[in-house]
Write a protein that binds this ligand. Structure first.
Ligand code: NAD
Length: 358
């Protein structure tokens, strides 16, 4: 298979972690007989410094012309003083909008080797935690009407939540398709005991379920879901939910895993092209010191293989290699718990060494 990947190294630790992910992709390509080519894209602070714009149109076009996009991270204190519309993070918002990605997918996985880093009780962790939250990204209350009115001598804040059937249907499809590529269980999370948007959400999900007879659909109220994520997270395979609920639940879910440096994510729209990036930022405090954990970015590359290129064996191969280096006791500083640790480059090298066909 031949694929072209747009690569945004970005700022801070971005270049270090992306270089390791590319080296892993090349090693997987060699092992399985694929060809991955890369197109460099400037975005964020690096693009502002070079072009005076955090995402020049030509750079966005390079992403739109690619088969998928791999991103490190953008931003940092160096650009704190630049005008709002030129800030590095604006580049990322424009990239998401330009690519039309309406779904953010974040896995919450506790690697057994790092179970001690989770704030959850050991008996909860030991049941095995490995699920994905599929969050609607460009609708709902965050994109509704926001205003504050003066009323009877006091201010009233008003935010409006709306969802159309088609907005729900397209994110629902991502949920079902994701479940189909994993454990085939989808939990739809809403607040249908109170909200009309949620009643519509639930109805559309059940309608869609008829097209996915191989996926088992369940419903859960969001307040119960927040409890279940800490009480019994092993029950989940894929959760699909609207924007605000997903924002809150995905942060809760990333906390239970214990390490910000290891969590990948994908953002998807129509078609197969996605945006893949670790959930952390540019970590300016450790940039350039070979201290960054590249695993979140390497696992983002694995998600790209699974969800955009339909290469599950190759994605499994990367995840097995990560597991093997953790088994061997290799740790970057963020997951070493004060013990001995290796650098970003060495972690990448060890993961490449452990890539084997299943
Ligand atoms: P951060 O995620 O960059 O860092 C938080 C802490 O986690 C730091 O101590 C950092 O050293 C550590 N950390 C993060 N990733 C790590 C890794 N891979 N390995 C080891 N340690 C890691 O969050 P922040 O400090 O709040 O933000 C720094 C900059 O990143 C800001 O400019 C922010 O706007 C930007 N940011 C960018 C993105 C993105 O590009 N998607 C996301 C979040 C923040």
């Amino acid at each position: 298979m031949k694929k072209n990947i747009a690569v945004i190294r970005g700022d801070g630790i971005g270049p270090e972690i992306v270089n390791e992910a590319i080296a892993v992709l090349d090693a997987v390509a060699a092992l399985y007989g694929h060809t991955f080519t890369y197109t460099d894209v400037d975005m964020g602070g690096a693009a502002y410094d070079k072009w005076g714009d955090p995402l020049p149109q030509e750079m966005l076009q390079r992403c739109l012309d690619s088969d998928s996009v791999l991103l490190g991270a953008v931003g940092g204190p160096k650009w704190d003083g630049v005008p709002g519309d030129k800030r590095p993070e604006k580049g990322l918002l424009r990239l998401r909008a330009g690519m039309g990605v309406y779904s953010n997918n974040r896995p919450a996985k506790i690697w057994p080797q790092l179970a001690a880093a989770s704030p959850l009780k050991r008996e909860v962790v030991d049941k095995g935690i490995d699920f994905i939250i599929v969050r609607e990204l460009i609708g709902g209350i965050y994109f509704g009407e926001h205003r504050t009115v003066e009323e009877n001598g006091q201010r009233r804040g008003i935010d409006t939540m709306t969802y159309t059937e088609s907005e729900i249907r397209r994110i629902g499809r991502i949920g079902f398709e994701t479940a189909r590529k994993r454990g085939k269980r989808l939990c739809s999370v809403e607040k249908s005991n109170v909200l009309d948007c949620s009643r519509l959400w639930k109805a559309v999900m059940h309608d869609l379920a008829k097209e996915y007879p191989d996926v088992e659909l369940s419903d859960m109220l969001v307040d119960n879901c927040a409890m279940q994520i800490v009480k019994d997270p092993a029950q989940f395979d894929v959760i699909v939910t609207e924007n605000m609920f997903g924002d809150i639940l995905s942060d809760e879910a990333s906390m239970i895993t214990g390490s910000i440096g290891m969590i990948p994510s994908s953002s998807l729209g129509d078609g197969t092209r996605g945006l893949y990036e670790p959930i952390h930022g540019s970590a300016p405090d450790i940039a350039g010191k070979d201290l960054a954990d590249p695993i979140g970015t390497i696992l983002s590359a694995a998600m790209m293989l699974r969800f955009s290129f339909d290469l599950p064996a190759e994605a499994d191969c990367i995840e097995r290699a990560v597991s093997a280096v953790l088994d061997a006791g290799c740790r970057t500083a963020d997951i070493a718990d004060g013990g001995p640790h290796i650098g970003c480059r060495e972690m990448g090298r060890r993961i490449r060494e452990n890539l084997t066909k299943g």
